[in-house]
Design a protein around this ligand. Structure first.
Ligand code: 3PG
Ligand code: MG
Length: 404
């Protein structure tokens, strides 16, 4: 597929780069800058090639209008620090500030445009609305580089439509991510172990469906465990529960049995009477998974489960992990996530951490990133790839590539 070289001599050319700079913030403090760091090599390569680099990205899910809480200003500042160069910042995306900022760039300089989701056209469901906004973006550049892996599953103007309007190429981050995911889907070394966590079963339906035919072992933790436990007839107290997914979970458990895929659920759970908040000290308690008290909610997998999950992970030759095992942001409920992360570092084979939350978890828990085979910048995007779905942001580049 067309890479940056295919765009020819970039000296003096304005290149629009879609990056995924959607990082967790507390106020204006970035709590994990992994996605910004992952975006640097492509931006730097373009600047080194003499391009005038215009970065477009989103932060959070603002409602199509400017909202200072979601400004990319702190992110642009951090990008400048990481690049070791001044980064200009436009206070709008396609307005007067953007035009002036881009016009002011010298060869090899970088600008960041304000949050692309401050514009309703970006996420419009209406093709024409998106296309109109994309053409505004396209006016700012001579070529487009798609490097926001975390958003390639979104059919949005700055990911999809703009690629129809400019000579386009795939950035190095997106191609590296796709390369790893290909290894997971094409003849993975066995055992192939998948660990799924996070809060909602409904987010993971497609991937579970697909993995039932591919993985050897599926370990399930996180908030979605309680819907599985309830599907087996257990009481789950005040734990997160998706009533409308009970039948689906029963169906998965039955199909797993038929197909010989091992679905492993936790046998013990760390509970408390309330979700952690600043107002009270957590009072964690370990109970059997089939004996969660009515006044409690599950907040992590228990120590026996953590040990069993870690064993299964460490035996895998191909391991993919998406979604924390518990509320790892609170120490008292971090042990399950920590155990899974630690086991991934011991895998003799390919270990992949997929997703913004799990990637942030391994870094906030203090693991060395180099100990993992690959830490993906995309959660939803990598899950949709594993589901076998077409990713709009990739498909559009493939179609362009096959035309040229
Ligand atoms: C992410 O954080 O998963 C990506 O940046 C995509 O964000 P979105 O889910 O709001 O589209
Ligand atoms: Mg997401």
């Amino acid at each position: 597929m067309a890479d940056i070289e295919s765009l020819g001599d970039l000296h003096g050319k304005r290149v629009l780069v879609r990056s995924d700079l959607n990082v967790p913030l507390e106020g204006s403090t970035i709590t994990d800058d992994g996605r910004i760091r992952a975006s640097v090599p492509t931006i730097r390569a373009l600047a080194d090639a003499g391009a005038r680099v215009v970065v477009t990205a989103h932060l959070g899910r603002p409602k199509g209008v400017p909202d200072p809480a979601y400004s990319l200003a702190p992110v642009a500042a951090r990008l400048g620090e990481l690049l070791g160069a001044d980064v200009a910042f436009a206070t709008d995306t396609v307005g007067a500030s953007a035009s002036e900022t881009v016009a002011g760039l010298a060869d090899g300089e970088v600008a960041v445009l304000e949050n692309v989701r401050f514009n309703a056209g970006e996420t419009s469901k209406d093709d024409e609305g998106r296309m109109a906004f994309a053409s505004e973006l396209a006016k700012l550049a001579d070529a487009f580089v798609s490097d926001g892996f975390g958003v390639v599953h979104r059919k949005q103007a700055s990911v999809y439509d703009v690629a129809l309007q400019l000579p386009s190429a795939m950035g190095g981050l997106v191609s590296a991510e796709i390369e790893v995911l290909r290894r997971l889907t094409h003849e993975p070394a066995r055992p192939y172990v998948v660990v799924l966590g996070g809060s909602k079963v409904s987010d993971k339906l497609g991937v579970i469906d697909n993995l039932l035919g591919k993985a050897d072992t599926l370990l399930i933790g996180g908030g979605m465990v309680f819907t599985f436990l309830a599907a087996q007839g257990h009481e789950v107290g005040k734990s997160l529960l998706e009533h409308d997914q009970l039948d689906t979970c029963r169906d998965y458990l039955r199909r797993a049995e038929e197909s010989g895929v091992r679905i492993v659920l936790p046998t013990d759970i760390v509970v408390d009477t309330a979700f952690p908040s600043g107002d009270r000290e957590p009072e964690p308690r370990v109970v059997a998974a089939d004996a969660i008290p009515a006044d409690c909610l599950g907040l992590d997998i228990g120590p026996d489960s953590a040990a069993a999950f870690a064993d299964a992970v460490a035996q895998g030759r191909t391991v993919f992990w998406n979604g924390p095992m518990g509320v790892f942001e609170t120490d008292a409920f971090a042990a399950g996530t920590r155990a899974v992360a630690e086991a991934l570092t011991r895998v003799d084979g390919l270990s992949v951490v997929g997703g913004g939350d799990s990637a942030a978890a391994v870094r906030t828990l203090g693991f060395d990133e180099a100990a993992f085979g690959h830490i993906s910048t995309g959660g939803g995007a990598s899950l949709e790839y594993l589901e076998g779905k077409e990713l709009p942001g990739i498909a559009v580049l493939e179609r362009q590539g096959s035309l040229s």
